[in-house]
Every structure is written in structure tokens, then in C-alpha cells.
Design a protein around this ligand. Structure first.
Ligand SMILES: [Zn+2]
Length: 114
């Protein structure tokens, strides 16, 4: 997928993790507190990022987020690291497009090769 889309998607993913951590009861129990205003600001930022994604991708992301904690998954050596299934070889050849895993449906992204 285009770099800018991937960047927005990863940022959105990080923000969602942060937000769900904040809402987690176990965090509250250990005295992790966050100002409501800060939490609102994060949610606003999150929704703003979501709007910057291509509409179709944003919709897929929201659906996946309800199903999995992780809506996006990196690909390594042709394996989806969301479900650890090997991906069809022809899929990797299209890594510039926005693709989802045929097995678990997560949005795939390719890590830069070192
Ligand atoms: Zn998968």
C-alpha cells in the first residue's frame, strides 16, 4: 500500500492500543490514571486519522477492530504474523496494493527488508 496510507494506518493502530490500554481495568487498578481531556484528545486524533484513510480501508479497519485486538498484521517471509498462515506467493507480488490476509482477514503490511 502507499507509504502515506501505511503510516496513517500504523499510527491509528498505535493510538488504538494506547486507548484500549487506558480503558483497561487492570491499568486503573494499579493507579494508572489519565485525565479525561487527554483521553478525549487521543480519541479525537484517532478519528481524524481514520478519516484520512481511504474510506474503504477505514471501514475494513473498524470491522476488524471489533473482531481482533490487532486489525493489522505485518508479513514476514510470506507469513501473516496475525494468524501465522503462509500467504499465497502471488499476494506478495502485489504488496503495493492494500491487501488483507485470505485466512484471518487482517490488513497486511510488508516490513521493509533489511
Ligand atoms: Zn492472517
Amino acid at each position: 500500500m502507499p507509504d502515506i496510507v501505511e503510516m496513517h494506518l500504523k499510527l491509528l493502530f498505535d493510538l488504538d492500543n494506547l486507548i484500549s490500554d487506558m480503558e483497561d481495568e487492570s491499568y486503573k487498578k494499579i493507579g494508572f490514571q489519565i485525565e479525561e481531556a487527554a483521553s478525549d484528545a487521543l480519541i479525537n486524533k484517532r478519528n481524524q486519522l481514520l478519516r484520512q484513510l481511504p474510506r474503504e480501508l477505514g471501514e475494513i479497519y473498524e470491522i476488524l477492530k471489533k473482531r481482533y485486538r490487532q486489525a493489522i498484521a505485518p508479513v514476514e517471509s510470506e507469513f501473516c504474523l496475525g494468524c501465522f498462515q503462509k500467504l499465497p506467493t502471488q499476494l506478495a507480488a502485489q504488496s503495493q496494493n492494500i491487501l488483507t490476509c485470505p485466512n484471518c482477514g487482517r490488513i497486511l503490511y510488508w516490513r521493509p527488508k533489511n
